[in-house]
Design a protein around this ligand. Structure first.
Ligand SMILES: Cc1cc2nc3c(=O)[nH]c(=O)nc-3n(C[C@H](O)[C@H](O)[C@H](O)COP(=O)(O)OP(=O)(O)OC[C@H]3O[C@@H](n4cnc5c(N)ncnc54)[C@H](O)[C@@H]3O)c2cc1C
Length: 385
């Protein structure tokens, strides 16, 4: 089977790219290892903060309109606390924006994207499908599936997540920097209303975020050492709720657990290249960032938007796997990815340190930022895109 673009990985980034290519005139295939079947029981423990820019990208492909908005929470305010009482607050009202972000389940977005792909004329879906071999030749790339089928395409897009198989097949081997931290996630019902506020506490032993969800729920991402993560995961439910309530200074009162906790090792991956002839990497296959800014998937959506734009704007005779075309994508994405990696890495290091001078500086920094309106606005505008 012959295609123009073959996307490997049907997570949020791969599916959003496939959706964005609907009117491209290109024949597109998407290969996903798992079955793309609807499964919507209960709340998903993977919750994301989606920027207004990410939401508008999903709106263009019709996926946002398919969401059950009763399960989507708008963030109207953000409060960030340092470890010595410093406080930084942003509000959508101050910025003249309707909201700072949207908080919603990974599964909800995934289903909305999958539903659209079923109707897409220029798209062929392969799922569940296992890839066994990928080979690049001058004229095309060839993908072998486990069931014996061979797919041929002018461009391979690796959107197969942080341990990308495509990246390895392409010989792009760059060891990630391990943060020696795990992100512990769980959802809770809070005793007190969150009023659309996203909270974050920077503490010497970790970074705790409580993101607002509908129905007075909150979603936790607590970035802690692997030892503390192991300790938190083995606690009885009530005990974990009590620990989170203490670490969040009882801001939302008592907490009741809704989804069991899970932990993800955190790491930084900065690749020297995102493209090769007939290859482009996107999403977590292309970069990993610390989740403290909630920007991983937003960066991935910006990759998908940019790659789709480059492919849509190519010349009538231009091969979509042409390295000169793909370099346009790489150049356009590099600065955004690097600045997010530097900012999250610096913040993580600044707060994960007991040095007295750094402790004073970081708390002073938060309070000062809170008082300097233009700086606050600049930071917040970055989060909106
Ligand atoms: C604790 C934690 C909290 C986070 N919170 C946020 C947040 O609030 N906001 C945010 O923006 N980001 C957040 N992130 C980051 C976010 O999870 C990722 O950036 C995002 O999931 C990346 O999407 P993706 O589509 O690139 O990869 P994935 O979601 O990993 O999808 C990859 C897909 O490829 C498939 N696949 C893998 N290998 C193959 C193969 N060989 N063949 C075919 N298919 C394959 C997989 O089955 C999967 O469906 C968080 C991450 C962590 C760890």
């Amino acid at each position: 089977m012959i295609f123009d673009v073959l996307i490997i990985g049907g997570g949020l980034v791969g599916t959003s790219l496939a959706a964005a290519l609907e009117s491209s005139g290109l024949s597109v295939a998407l290969v996903e290892a798992q079955s793309m079947s609807p499964d919507s029981e209960g709340w998903d423990s993977r919750i994301y903060a989606i920027s207004p820019g990410g939401a508008s990208f999903l709106t263009q492909s019709g996926a946002w309109q398919r969401l059950d908005m009763a399960r989507v929470q708008q963030v109207e305010q953000m409060r960030v606390f340092g470890d010595e009482g410093a406080d930084l607050a942003f509000s959508a009202y101050q910025l003249g924006a309707p909201e700072l972000a949207f908080i919603l389940e990974n599964r909800l977005m995934q289903q909305a994207l999958w539903a659209g792909l079923q109707q897409q004329d220029n798209l062929t879906l392969f799922h569940p499908a296992r890839c066994t071999n990928l080979d690049w030749q001058d004229e095309a790339a060839y993908l072998q599936l486990e069931d014996g089928r061979e797919l041929r395409a002018k461009l391979i897009v690796g959107a197969d997540g942080r341990d990308s198989w495509v990246r390895r097949q392409a010989g792009i081997i760059e060891p990630p920097t391990l943060y020696q931290q795990h992100g512990v996630v769980a959802n809770f019902i809070a005793e007190k209303p969150h009023r659309g506020t996203a909270y974050q506490w920077f503490q010497p032993d970790g970074i705790l975020a409580l993101l607002p969800l509908p129905q007075q729920m909150v979603s936790m991402v607590w970035s802690v050492s692997p030892e503390k993560s192991g300790f938190l995961l083995q606690l009885p439910r009530e005990e974990l709720c009590a620990q989170v309530a203490v670490a969040s200074q009882h801001t939302l009162g008592a907490l009741q657990m809704v989804t069991p906790p899970a932990a993800f090792p955190l790491r930084l991956l900065n690749l020297p290249q995102l493209v090769k002839p007939r290859l482009a990497l996107a999403g977590d296959a292309a970069h990993n960032v610390h989740p403290l800014a909630g920007q991983g998937v937003n960066l991935g959506f910006r990759d998908a938007r940019q790659l789709a734009q480059v492919l849509l704007q190519r010349g009538p005779q231009q091969d979509c796997g042409d390295i000169h075309l793909l370099r346009r994508y790489e150049r356009a994405r590099k600065e955004d990815i690097l600045s997010m990696q530097l900012a999250t890495d610096a913040l993580k290091k600044l707060f994960n340190n007991n040095n007295l001078l750094l402790r004073t500086a970081r708390n002073f920094g938060l309070s000062a930022t809170n008082r300097i309106a233009p700086l606050k606005k600049m930071l917040a505008f970055h989060a909106l895109n």
